[in-house]
Design a binder for this molecule. Structure first.
Ligand SMILES: Cc1ncc(COP(=O)(O)O)c(C=O)c1O
Length: 396
Protein backbone atom coordinates (compact mmCIF):
# COMPACT_ATOMS: atom_id res chain seq x y z
CA UNK A 1 0.00 0.00 0.00
CA UNK A 2 1.69 3.26 -1.07
CA UNK A 3 1.94 6.08 1.42
CA UNK A 4 -1.01 8.42 1.11
CA UNK A 5 1.22 11.31 -0.07
CA UNK A 6 2.77 9.10 -2.78
CA UNK A 7 -0.65 7.98 -3.87
CA UNK A 8 -1.77 11.63 -4.17
CA UNK A 9 1.02 12.22 -6.73
CA UNK A 10 0.51 8.98 -8.62
CA UNK A 11 -0.71 10.35 -11.96
CA UNK A 12 -1.15 6.84 -13.31
CA UNK A 13 -3.60 6.01 -10.51
CA UNK A 14 -5.52 9.29 -10.79
CA UNK A 15 -5.63 9.10 -14.56
CA UNK A 16 -7.37 5.74 -14.19
CA UNK A 17 -9.79 7.36 -11.71
CA UNK A 18 -10.45 10.25 -14.09
CA UNK A 19 -11.24 7.71 -16.80
CA UNK A 20 -14.16 6.54 -14.69
CA UNK A 21 -15.98 9.81 -15.40
CA UNK A 22 -17.71 10.90 -18.61
CA UNK A 23 -16.76 14.51 -19.19
CA UNK A 24 -18.30 16.63 -21.94
CA UNK A 25 -15.84 18.64 -24.05
CA UNK A 26 -15.78 22.25 -22.99
CA UNK A 27 -14.07 24.54 -20.51
CA UNK A 28 -11.74 23.08 -17.90
CA UNK A 29 -13.87 22.77 -14.79
CA UNK A 30 -12.22 24.36 -11.77
CA UNK A 31 -15.62 24.79 -10.12
CA UNK A 32 -16.02 21.31 -8.65
CA UNK A 33 -17.49 22.78 -5.47
CA UNK A 34 -21.08 23.14 -6.64
CA UNK A 35 -21.70 19.41 -6.74
CA UNK A 36 -19.60 16.36 -7.57
CA UNK A 37 -19.73 14.43 -10.80
CA UNK A 38 -20.91 10.83 -10.61
CA UNK A 39 -18.62 8.21 -12.10
CA UNK A 40 -19.91 6.44 -15.21
CA UNK A 41 -20.75 3.32 -13.15
CA UNK A 42 -22.71 5.35 -10.65
CA UNK A 43 -24.56 7.24 -13.39
CA UNK A 44 -25.43 3.97 -15.11
CA UNK A 45 -26.60 2.37 -11.89
CA UNK A 46 -28.69 5.45 -11.17
CA UNK A 47 -30.22 5.26 -14.64
CA UNK A 48 -31.04 1.58 -14.07
CA UNK A 49 -32.71 2.44 -10.79
CA UNK A 50 -34.74 5.21 -12.41
CA UNK A 51 -35.93 2.75 -15.07
CA UNK A 52 -36.68 0.10 -12.46
CA UNK A 53 -38.74 2.38 -10.24
CA UNK A 54 -40.46 3.93 -13.20
CA UNK A 55 -41.46 0.53 -14.59
CA UNK A 56 -42.52 -0.97 -11.28
CA UNK A 57 -43.87 2.14 -9.62
CA UNK A 58 -44.94 1.90 -5.96
CA UNK A 59 -44.88 -1.88 -5.56
CA UNK A 60 -41.14 -2.34 -4.82
CA UNK A 61 -41.17 0.91 -2.90
CA UNK A 62 -43.90 -0.16 -0.52
CA UNK A 63 -42.69 -3.77 -0.29
CA UNK A 64 -38.94 -3.20 -0.10
CA UNK A 65 -37.75 0.38 0.00
CA UNK A 66 -39.89 1.86 2.78
CA UNK A 67 -39.39 -0.90 5.34
CA UNK A 68 -36.17 -2.64 4.35
CA UNK A 69 -33.90 -0.88 1.88
CA UNK A 70 -34.21 2.57 3.42
CA UNK A 71 -33.09 1.05 6.74
CA UNK A 72 -30.11 -0.66 5.08
CA UNK A 73 -29.22 2.56 3.31
CA UNK A 74 -29.38 4.48 6.55
CA UNK A 75 -27.05 1.89 8.12
CA UNK A 76 -24.59 2.50 5.29
CA UNK A 77 -24.77 6.27 5.75
CA UNK A 78 -24.25 5.94 9.50
CA UNK A 79 -21.30 3.63 8.81
CA UNK A 80 -19.72 6.33 6.70
CA UNK A 81 -19.59 8.56 9.78
CA UNK A 82 -18.98 5.75 12.25
CA UNK A 83 -22.10 6.63 14.23
CA UNK A 84 -25.19 4.69 15.35
CA UNK A 85 -27.94 4.37 12.70
CA UNK A 86 -30.42 5.75 15.25
CA UNK A 87 -28.53 9.07 15.09
CA UNK A 88 -29.09 9.50 11.34
CA UNK A 89 -32.15 10.54 9.30
CA UNK A 90 -32.08 10.70 5.51
CA UNK A 91 -33.00 14.00 3.85
CA UNK A 92 -32.84 15.31 0.30
CA UNK A 93 -29.99 17.74 0.82
CA UNK A 94 -27.85 19.29 3.54
CA UNK A 95 -30.05 22.39 3.60
CA UNK A 96 -33.13 20.32 4.54
CA UNK A 97 -31.26 18.75 7.43
CA UNK A 98 -29.81 22.04 8.66
CA UNK A 99 -33.02 24.03 8.33
CA UNK A 100 -34.93 21.35 10.18
CA UNK A 101 -32.37 21.32 13.01
CA UNK A 102 -32.50 25.10 13.24
CA UNK A 103 -36.26 25.52 13.20
CA UNK A 104 -36.93 22.62 15.55
CA UNK A 105 -34.24 23.27 18.17
CA UNK A 106 -36.42 23.79 21.23
CA UNK A 107 -34.01 25.26 23.77
CA UNK A 108 -34.63 28.94 22.97
CA UNK A 109 -36.50 31.60 24.93
CA UNK A 110 -37.42 35.11 23.74
CA UNK A 111 -34.42 37.37 24.25
CA UNK A 112 -31.87 34.60 23.67
CA UNK A 113 -29.12 35.18 21.12
CA UNK A 114 -28.08 33.16 18.06
CA UNK A 115 -24.66 33.36 16.43
CA UNK A 116 -23.72 33.20 12.76
CA UNK A 117 -20.67 34.40 10.85
CA UNK A 118 -20.00 35.80 7.39
CA UNK A 119 -18.92 32.38 6.09
CA UNK A 120 -22.21 30.57 6.62
CA UNK A 121 -24.11 29.08 3.66
CA UNK A 122 -27.17 31.12 2.62
CA UNK A 123 -29.80 28.58 3.65
CA UNK A 124 -28.28 28.39 7.13
CA UNK A 125 -28.00 32.17 7.61
CA UNK A 126 -31.56 32.67 6.31
CA UNK A 127 -32.94 30.02 8.66
CA UNK A 128 -31.16 31.47 11.70
CA UNK A 129 -32.48 34.97 10.93
CA UNK A 130 -35.97 33.59 10.30
CA UNK A 131 -36.08 31.68 13.58
CA UNK A 132 -34.91 34.79 15.41
CA UNK A 133 -37.68 36.86 13.87
CA UNK A 134 -40.36 34.25 14.64
CA UNK A 135 -39.34 33.78 18.26
CA UNK A 136 -38.13 37.17 19.41
CA UNK A 137 -34.44 36.26 19.44
CA UNK A 138 -31.42 38.33 18.49
CA UNK A 139 -28.95 37.25 15.82
CA UNK A 140 -25.33 38.17 16.43
CA UNK A 141 -23.35 38.23 13.19
CA UNK A 142 -19.55 38.12 13.38
CA UNK A 143 -17.00 38.08 10.59
CA UNK A 144 -13.59 36.50 10.17
CA UNK A 145 -10.53 38.11 8.70
CA UNK A 146 -8.75 36.48 5.79
CA UNK A 147 -6.26 34.96 5.52
CA UNK A 148 -7.45 33.42 8.75
CA UNK A 149 -5.35 31.43 11.16
CA UNK A 150 -6.46 28.68 13.49
CA UNK A 151 -5.91 31.12 16.36
CA UNK A 152 -7.73 34.07 14.75
CA UNK A 153 -10.87 32.02 14.14
CA UNK A 154 -11.04 30.45 17.59
CA UNK A 155 -10.29 33.80 19.25
CA UNK A 156 -13.06 35.49 17.26
CA UNK A 157 -15.56 32.95 18.63
CA UNK A 158 -14.21 33.17 22.16
CA UNK A 159 -14.64 36.96 22.06
CA UNK A 160 -18.25 36.55 20.90
CA UNK A 161 -19.04 34.00 23.63
CA UNK A 162 -17.68 36.36 26.26
CA UNK A 163 -19.32 39.47 24.85
CA UNK A 164 -22.83 38.00 24.34
CA UNK A 165 -23.82 36.02 27.46
CA UNK A 166 -27.33 35.30 26.14
CA UNK A 167 -25.97 33.21 23.24
CA UNK A 168 -27.63 29.79 23.19
CA UNK A 169 -27.19 28.42 19.69
CA UNK A 170 -24.77 28.92 16.83
CA UNK A 171 -24.27 27.74 13.28
CA UNK A 172 -20.84 26.54 12.32
CA UNK A 173 -19.60 25.66 8.84
CA UNK A 174 -16.94 22.98 8.64
CA UNK A 175 -15.75 24.11 5.17
CA UNK A 176 -17.00 27.43 3.91
CA UNK A 177 -18.21 27.55 0.32
CA UNK A 178 -17.02 31.16 0.03
CA UNK A 179 -13.26 30.90 0.51
CA UNK A 180 -12.64 27.21 1.24
CA UNK A 181 -11.50 27.87 4.81
CA UNK A 182 -11.71 24.75 6.98
CA UNK A 183 -12.88 25.93 10.37
CA UNK A 184 -11.32 24.46 13.53
CA UNK A 185 -14.53 22.76 14.58
CA UNK A 186 -13.25 20.85 17.58
CA UNK A 187 -11.77 23.89 19.33
CA UNK A 188 -14.76 26.09 18.54
CA UNK A 189 -17.24 23.50 19.80
CA UNK A 190 -15.20 23.07 22.99
CA UNK A 191 -15.20 26.84 23.58
CA UNK A 192 -18.94 27.00 22.82
CA UNK A 193 -19.60 24.25 25.37
CA UNK A 194 -17.76 26.20 28.06
CA UNK A 195 -20.30 28.98 27.49
CA UNK A 196 -23.38 26.75 27.21
CA UNK A 197 -23.77 27.38 23.47
CA UNK A 198 -25.05 24.56 21.25
CA UNK A 199 -23.62 24.13 17.75
CA UNK A 200 -25.38 23.07 14.55
CA UNK A 201 -22.64 21.99 12.16
CA UNK A 202 -22.90 22.42 8.40
CA UNK A 203 -20.77 19.59 7.05
CA UNK A 204 -21.85 19.84 3.40
CA UNK A 205 -18.37 20.38 2.02
CA UNK A 206 -16.48 18.30 4.58
CA UNK A 207 -17.88 14.83 4.00
CA UNK A 208 -15.74 12.84 1.58
CA UNK A 209 -12.75 15.17 1.47
CA UNK A 210 -11.90 15.72 5.14
CA UNK A 211 -11.49 12.97 7.68
CA UNK A 212 -13.22 13.68 10.97
CA UNK A 213 -14.71 11.92 13.95
CA UNK A 214 -18.00 13.55 14.91
CA UNK A 215 -17.77 12.32 18.46
CA UNK A 216 -14.24 13.72 18.85
CA UNK A 217 -15.44 17.02 17.37
CA UNK A 218 -18.06 17.11 20.13
CA UNK A 219 -20.85 17.88 17.67
CA UNK A 220 -24.44 17.03 18.64
CA UNK A 221 -26.30 18.32 15.57
CA UNK A 222 -25.12 18.27 11.95
CA UNK A 223 -26.30 18.25 8.35
CA UNK A 224 -24.59 16.67 5.32
CA UNK A 225 -25.08 15.83 1.69
CA UNK A 226 -23.67 13.00 -0.40
CA UNK A 227 -23.65 14.81 -3.73
CA UNK A 228 -20.49 16.87 -3.30
CA UNK A 229 -17.39 14.89 -2.33
CA UNK A 230 -18.92 11.44 -1.89
CA UNK A 231 -20.06 11.42 -5.53
CA UNK A 232 -23.73 10.43 -5.17
CA UNK A 233 -26.60 11.55 -7.42
CA UNK A 234 -28.03 14.98 -6.59
CA UNK A 235 -30.67 15.11 -3.81
CA UNK A 236 -29.02 12.94 -1.17
CA UNK A 237 -28.48 14.33 2.30
CA UNK A 238 -28.87 13.44 5.95
CA UNK A 239 -28.96 14.83 9.44
CA UNK A 240 -27.12 13.68 12.52
CA UNK A 241 -28.37 14.11 16.07
CA UNK A 242 -26.51 12.75 19.05
CA UNK A 243 -29.10 10.27 20.47
CA UNK A 244 -28.68 11.80 23.93
CA UNK A 245 -29.82 15.16 22.50
CA UNK A 246 -32.76 13.93 20.41
CA UNK A 247 -35.33 15.55 22.67
CA UNK A 248 -33.73 18.96 22.06
CA UNK A 249 -35.02 18.84 18.49
CA UNK A 250 -38.80 18.69 17.96
CA UNK A 251 -40.35 16.56 15.22
CA UNK A 252 -40.41 18.57 12.00
CA UNK A 253 -43.79 20.25 11.42
CA UNK A 254 -45.36 17.79 13.88
CA UNK A 255 -44.11 14.75 11.93
CA UNK A 256 -45.48 11.61 13.67
CA UNK A 257 -44.70 9.07 10.99
CA UNK A 258 -42.59 6.92 13.31
CA UNK A 259 -43.32 6.09 16.97
CA UNK A 260 -41.37 8.48 19.17
CA UNK A 261 -38.55 8.75 19.94
CA UNK A 262 -37.24 8.47 16.37
CA UNK A 263 -34.84 10.84 14.63
CA UNK A 264 -36.65 10.22 11.34
CA UNK A 265 -39.52 12.38 12.60
CA UNK A 266 -37.02 15.30 12.66
CA UNK A 267 -36.52 15.10 8.88
CA UNK A 268 -38.96 16.88 6.57
CA UNK A 269 -41.69 14.42 5.58
CA UNK A 270 -42.24 13.54 1.91
CA UNK A 271 -41.31 11.31 -1.00
CA UNK A 272 -37.59 11.12 -1.61
CA UNK A 273 -35.56 10.42 -4.74
CA UNK A 274 -35.79 6.65 -4.36
CA UNK A 275 -33.68 5.74 -7.42
CA UNK A 276 -30.92 7.99 -6.12
CA UNK A 277 -30.96 6.32 -2.70
CA UNK A 278 -30.94 2.87 -4.32
CA UNK A 279 -27.71 3.90 -6.03
CA UNK A 280 -25.94 4.54 -2.72
CA UNK A 281 -24.21 1.13 -2.40
CA UNK A 282 -22.56 1.68 -5.80
CA UNK A 283 -21.61 5.23 -4.78
CA UNK A 284 -19.95 4.05 -1.59
CA UNK A 285 -18.11 1.29 -3.46
CA UNK A 286 -16.67 3.87 -5.87
CA UNK A 287 -15.73 6.09 -2.94
CA UNK A 288 -13.80 3.18 -1.41
CA UNK A 289 -12.23 2.20 -4.75
CA UNK A 290 -10.78 5.71 -4.94
CA UNK A 291 -9.23 5.15 -1.53
CA UNK A 292 -11.98 6.75 0.55
CA UNK A 293 -11.86 10.16 2.16
CA UNK A 294 -8.20 10.00 3.12
CA UNK A 295 -6.91 9.34 -0.42
CA UNK A 296 -9.41 11.69 -2.04
CA UNK A 297 -8.59 14.51 0.35
CA UNK A 298 -4.85 14.02 -0.11
CA UNK A 299 -5.15 14.16 -3.91
CA UNK A 300 -7.30 17.29 -3.80
CA UNK A 301 -4.89 19.00 -1.40
CA UNK A 302 -1.95 18.06 -3.60
CA UNK A 303 -3.55 19.61 -6.69
CA UNK A 304 -4.60 22.68 -4.71
CA UNK A 305 -1.10 23.16 -3.29
CA UNK A 306 0.40 22.99 -6.80
CA UNK A 307 -1.43 26.08 -8.03
CA UNK A 308 -1.46 27.92 -4.71
CA UNK A 309 2.32 27.69 -4.28
CA UNK A 310 2.73 29.43 -7.65
CA UNK A 311 -0.07 31.98 -7.17
CA UNK A 312 1.44 33.09 -3.84
CA UNK A 313 4.51 34.37 -5.69
CA UNK A 314 2.46 36.56 -8.04
CA UNK A 315 2.26 40.23 -7.10
CA UNK A 316 -1.31 41.50 -7.29
CA UNK A 317 -2.84 38.18 -6.28
CA UNK A 318 -3.87 37.39 -2.74
CA UNK A 319 -4.60 33.77 -1.87
CA UNK A 320 -7.16 33.86 0.90
CA UNK A 321 -6.32 30.57 2.60
CA UNK A 322 -3.13 29.78 4.48
CA UNK A 323 -1.23 26.54 3.81
CA UNK A 324 -1.87 25.28 7.36
CA UNK A 325 -2.96 21.67 6.65
CA UNK A 326 -5.73 22.05 9.23
CA UNK A 327 -7.31 24.95 7.31
CA UNK A 328 -7.06 24.07 3.65
CA UNK A 329 -8.90 21.72 1.27
CA UNK A 330 -9.85 21.37 -2.42
CA UNK A 331 -11.49 24.80 -2.45
CA UNK A 332 -9.32 27.91 -2.24
CA UNK A 333 -10.29 31.45 -3.17
CA UNK A 334 -8.06 34.26 -4.37
CA UNK A 335 -8.39 37.94 -5.20
CA UNK A 336 -6.79 40.24 -7.71
CA UNK A 337 -5.95 42.96 -5.21
CA UNK A 338 -6.58 45.90 -7.53
CA UNK A 339 -10.21 44.89 -8.12
CA UNK A 340 -13.24 45.28 -5.85
CA UNK A 341 -15.39 43.06 -8.02
CA UNK A 342 -13.70 39.85 -9.20
CA UNK A 343 -16.37 38.87 -11.74
CA UNK A 344 -14.54 40.43 -14.72
CA UNK A 345 -11.54 38.16 -14.00
CA UNK A 346 -13.81 35.11 -13.82
CA UNK A 347 -15.04 36.05 -17.28
CA UNK A 348 -11.50 36.51 -18.59
CA UNK A 349 -10.41 33.16 -17.16
CA UNK A 350 -13.24 31.57 -19.12
CA UNK A 351 -13.04 33.55 -22.35
CA UNK A 352 -9.27 33.80 -22.72
CA UNK A 353 -8.05 30.67 -20.95
CA UNK A 354 -10.96 28.22 -21.13
CA UNK A 355 -11.03 27.92 -17.32
CA UNK A 356 -14.36 27.73 -15.54
CA UNK A 357 -14.31 29.25 -12.04
CA UNK A 358 -16.84 31.18 -9.96
CA UNK A 359 -16.88 34.52 -8.13
CA UNK A 360 -18.06 34.43 -4.54
CA UNK A 361 -19.00 37.35 -2.36
CA UNK A 362 -20.70 37.75 0.98
CA UNK A 363 -17.69 37.20 3.18
CA UNK A 364 -16.23 40.21 4.97
CA UNK A 365 -13.03 39.84 2.96
CA UNK A 366 -14.97 40.83 -0.15
CA UNK A 367 -15.45 39.47 -3.63
CA UNK A 368 -13.13 36.57 -4.52
CA UNK A 369 -12.63 33.87 -7.13
CA UNK A 370 -13.19 30.33 -5.95
CA UNK A 371 -11.00 27.67 -7.51
CA UNK A 372 -12.01 24.09 -6.76
CA UNK A 373 -10.02 21.18 -8.11
CA UNK A 374 -11.67 17.79 -8.58
CA UNK A 375 -10.99 14.17 -9.43
CA UNK A 376 -10.79 14.81 -13.17
CA UNK A 377 -8.36 17.75 -12.74
CA UNK A 378 -5.03 17.06 -14.46
CA UNK A 379 -1.56 18.56 -14.10
CA UNK A 380 -2.12 20.23 -17.50
CA UNK A 381 -5.22 21.91 -16.09
CA UNK A 382 -3.17 23.20 -13.16
CA UNK A 383 -0.47 24.51 -15.51
CA UNK A 384 -3.11 26.25 -17.59
CA UNK A 385 -4.45 27.91 -14.45
CA UNK A 386 -1.02 28.98 -13.24
CA UNK A 387 -0.16 30.49 -16.65
CA UNK A 388 -3.48 32.32 -16.78
CA UNK A 389 -3.07 33.75 -13.28
CA UNK A 390 0.49 34.81 -14.09
CA UNK A 391 -0.55 36.63 -17.23
CA UNK A 392 -3.57 38.25 -15.62
CA UNK A 393 -1.54 39.34 -12.60
CA UNK A 394 0.89 41.04 -15.00
CA UNK A 395 -1.98 43.05 -16.40
CA UNK A 396 -2.25 41.15 -19.70
C1 LIG B 1 -21.13 25.17 2.90
C2 LIG B 1 -22.41 24.63 2.33
N1 LIG B 1 -23.40 24.31 3.16
C3 LIG B 1 -24.58 23.82 2.71
C4 LIG B 1 -24.80 23.67 1.36
C5 LIG B 1 -26.13 23.17 0.91
O1 LIG B 1 -26.04 21.88 0.47
P1 LIG B 1 -27.29 21.24 -0.26
O2 LIG B 1 -27.21 21.70 -1.67
O3 LIG B 1 -27.10 19.77 -0.10
O4 LIG B 1 -28.52 21.74 0.41
C6 LIG B 1 -23.81 23.99 0.45
C7 LIG B 1 -24.04 23.83 -0.99
O5 LIG B 1 -23.31 24.29 -1.83
C8 LIG B 1 -22.58 24.50 0.94
O6 LIG B 1 -21.60 24.85 0.12
Amino acid sequence: MPRIEDNARDEHFWHAIAERYDVAPGPINLENGYFGRMTRDVAQDYQRNIDFINRNNSLPVRQHFDEIQSIEIRDRVAGLLGVAPASVALTSRASDALQSLIRNYNGLQPGDQLLICDLEYHSVAYAMRWVAQQRGLEVIEISHKHPATHESVVTRYREAFERYPRLKLMALTHVTHRTGLVLPVQDIVAAAKEHGVDVILDGAHALGQIEFDLQALGVAFAGYNLHKWIGGPLTLGFMYIDPQRLTDIDPDMGNQHYPEPDIRNRAPYGTTNIPAWLTLPRVLQEHLDMGGTQAKGARLNYLRDLWVSEARKMPGIEVLIEDDPRLRCAITSLRFTHLQDQQPMVERLLKDYNLFTVARDGSACGSCIRITVGFTTTLDDINQLVNALRELSQGN
